[in-house]
Design a protein around this ligand. Structure first.
Ligand code: C5P
Length: 295
């Protein structure tokens, strides 16, 4: 029998949502959505260290409160597979927290993948997906990542091709919105709901190898987000004035991104945005990354 590794380092990438439509509320309290996810090369790094004692520890300051999805994911795996050993985890956080970029969900998915190896539990991707779905709606996507069309709670996934030369200029305003995701879902009103046609059309374009249609990047959270934080409504215009032509909102925000055709143009726009925004936002350039698993 091969000896199990004692330590694993794994990257947990951020994502952007290339359009997000909410269809309506479900009887279970969740919402039915359509979105296109795309992982980007802005990553947190998790270092997991197996030990014989049963405890699960995350020592990274700041992460224990925000990213307890890691521990939730590990508890799911441990009880499903009846693992007796424990783990300690360190996280190098680079993805802005609670910013609409999926950092906490991605950390949870990465922890599941790494612990499945460290503990030698050997679950298949399909089984990990079931556990991931119990941890959070976006966690199943991050097991594979890449570009994917997501429906249901965002957990029914269909992988897509995506033009890898695309660059994103991300603007993450330095604000904390208490109870953001459930709060903004609860703020949605009938006119914010739509039937998913735009995202479906975009997904078909990508399957056909066509470019993104900027008209199809709308996000249902835009209206409730700007109602709560009216100053954010000025951000798209500021991004346009800084040279961006396509601007959209990721997840429930507050991160906005520009879609740009080249690295040099992305860096130029990012420089200008940093100059204009100062410390009020984090501005960074990111590229799409391919999926971890295929098939
Ligand atoms: O699934 P997750 O735990 O990330 O969701 C957090 C909250 O966001 C849920 O409790 C629910 O209020 C809301 N949500 C929703 N519909 C979804 C995903 C999340 O209503 N598809």
């Amino acid at each position: 029998m091969n000896k199990l590794p004692a330590t694993i380092e794994i990257h947990a990438p951020a994502k952007v949502n290339l359009g997000l439509e909410v269809h309506g509320r479900r009887p279970d309290g969740y919402h039915e959505i359509s979105t296109i996810f795309c992982t980007i090369d802005s990553c947190d790094t998790l270092l997991l260290h197996a030990h014989a004692e049963p405890g699960l520890h995350c020592k990274t300051p700041g992460v224990a409160e925000h990213d307890n999805l890691i521990l939730e994911a590990l508890r799911e795996l441990r009880s499903y597979c009846q693992v007796e050993h424990g783990l300690s985890i360190d996280v190098v956080k680079r993805i802005p927290i609670a910013a609409g970029l999926g950092g906490a969900s991605s950390n949870a998915a990465a922890a599941l993948i790494a612990a499945n190896e460290l503990w030698g539990t050997g679950l298949e991707l399909a089984e990990l997906k079931i556990l991931a779905g119990q941890v959070g709606s976006d966690v199943p996507f991050f097991l594979s990542g890449g570009a994917a069309y997501g429906t249901g709670r965002g957990d029914t996934l269909y992988s897509l091709k995506f033009p890898m030369e695309t660059r994103f200029v991300l603007v993450s305003p330095s604000i904390e919105i208490q109870g953001k995701t459930p709060g903004l879902y609860a703020d949605l009103q009938a006119p914010d709901f739509s039937d998913g046609d735009r995202v479906r059309t975009q997904a078909h374009r990508l399957i056909a190898g066509s470019s993104l249609d900027p008209e199809l990047l709308g996000n249902a959270f835009t209206r409730p987000l700007y109602d709560r934080l009216p100053h954010l409504a000025a951000l798209p215009a500021l991004m346009h004035d800084s040279g961006a032509s396509i601007v959209a909102l990721s997840g429930a925000g507050p991160t906005h991104y520009a879609v740009v055709e080249s690295d040099s143009m992305a860096r130029r726009i990012a420089r200008e945005l940093r100059r204009r925004l100062g410390t009020s936002a984090r501005v960074f350039v990111a590229a799409p990354i391919p999926a971890r698993y295929h098939g």
